[in-house]
Design a protein around this ligand. Structure first.
Ligand code: ATP
Length: 358
């Protein structure tokens, strides 16, 4: 690749604040490693909808689709809604239209960031929630039937997407096993004791597991997993799950490592990748300069890694490693953002992470 084209969608609320921080970090590693990043900011989100009547124009969509990767802040705003009362969520539209079925959400303890668990083993938390992101209960978005006497939403899972999710889970387990020098393990999170659809999903995962004899494979009920993520989160590796379960467990899991400000994510398909923090627009702190930019900076690092796997060159994964290292160093050496009881706002946190880069 000569120039690497990144479409940047800062969005609403704290989205533009944390995106600006990630862009500073990207520019810095770009300069050091001559990555050739071309960063183009585009408008989308709830405020774009209020001003223009569309939250994701065709032009912005096409421009994003043709980019090598998409970096997104956060979108949506409580006061700006569709006529049916639902919030605008162009990030969900992007997942559907770009076929981004795999929501990769790493949950990794950052040195020095306190965990509410109060257990020294919390420092070793390092697992990944793999949230199916185009089907499940979210398939029903805008399709629900609501009458005076009944409200109905439908959960749907298809074989092609479930197979792709299973393969992505086992591939990720293999890749992490090599990198972390520990056995890989895929634990499907479901509700197979109540719903046929999840018993079927277990079978689909079982079929794929055969091709990965080196990766351990089991399954757990989502309610039991919610408990175990509090009791022994350090025991897990890859947790693939249905869309709605993944939505809920991701927030719970982020709470284990300091909160939403520390949880990055990547929505991946076979052709496209959208990288964004797991959090939303945080209207309660928007515009105050308090947002923790770490999740977005770590999402940008995931983007560099993903681009490297797509042939953009080893120097992109070197840069990603440096960004993660800088985040760890900054917090290890005392950076404390407002969300974990410290005083550092967005600018100070960004500066500390920039200063920790080689
Ligand atoms: P969505 O439904 O769009 O994911 P949400 O309604 O779940 O969003 P968030 O916007 O993620 O909510 O915010 C949840 C809480 O976490 C809020 O109290 C918010 O202030 C806090 N929060 C989220 N992101 C950050 C951040 N980067 N830094 C500090 N606090 C944050």
């Amino acid at each position: 690749m000569n120039s690497i084209d990144i479409a940047v969608l800062p969005g609403d609320g704290i989205g533009p604040e944390v995106t600006a921080a990630a862009l500073e970090v990207l520019r810095r590693v770009d300069m050091r490693h001559s990555l050739g990043l071309s960063l183009t900011s585009l408008r989308a989100g709830a405020f774009a909808y209020r001003e223009t009547g569309t939250d994701l124009s065709d032009e912005t969509f096409e421009r994003s689709r043709s980019a090598d990767a998409i970096l997104l802040g956060a979108m949506g705003w409580p006061g700006i809604r569709h006529a049916d009362g639902t919030e605008l969520a162009p990030q969900i539209t992007l997942r559907q239209r770009l076929d981004l079925f795999g929501g990769v959400r790493p949950i990794r303890a950052i040195p020095g960031v306190p965990s509410p668990l109060g257990d020294s083993r919390a420092a070793t938390i390092d697992f990944v929630i793999l949230r199916e992101s185009t089907e499940g209960l979210f398939y029903s978005k805008d399709r629900g039937v609501v009458t005076r006497d009944l409200a109905e939403e439908t959960l749907r899972m298809t074989r092609p997407t479930s197979l792709r999710l299973a393969r992505m889970s086992f591939d990720l387990a293999r890749e992490r096993s090599a990198r972390l020098a520990r056995p890989g393990r895929v634990t499907l999170v479901d509700k197979a004791n109540v719903f046929r659809a999840f018993a079927w999903l277990r079978e689909v995962f079982g079929e794929v597991a055969g091709a990965y004899p080196d990766v351990k494979h089991d399954a757990a009920y989502v309610d039991a997993m919610a408990l175990d993520l509090i009791r022994r989160p350090w025991d897990f590796d890859i947790l693939p799950t249905e869309n709605m379960f993944g939505d809920i467990l991701s927030d719970l899991a982020a709470g284990l490592i300091g909160g939403m400000g520390f949880a990055p994510s990547a929505d991946l398909g076979e052709e496209h990748g959208v990288f964004q923090p797991s959090h939303g627009t945080a209207p309660d702190i928007a515009g105050q300069g308090k947002a923790n930019p770490t999740a977005t900076i770590l999402s940008a690092a995931m983007m560099l890694d993903w681009l490297a796997t797509r042939g953009a060159g080893q120097k992109l994964s070197d840069a990603a490693e440096e960004v993660r290292g800088a985040v760890d160093k900054a917090f290890r050496e005392g950076l404390r953002t407002a969300d974990i009881g410290g005083s550092a706002g967005t600018l100070e946190a960004t500066k500390a992470i920039l200063n920790a880069l080689p």
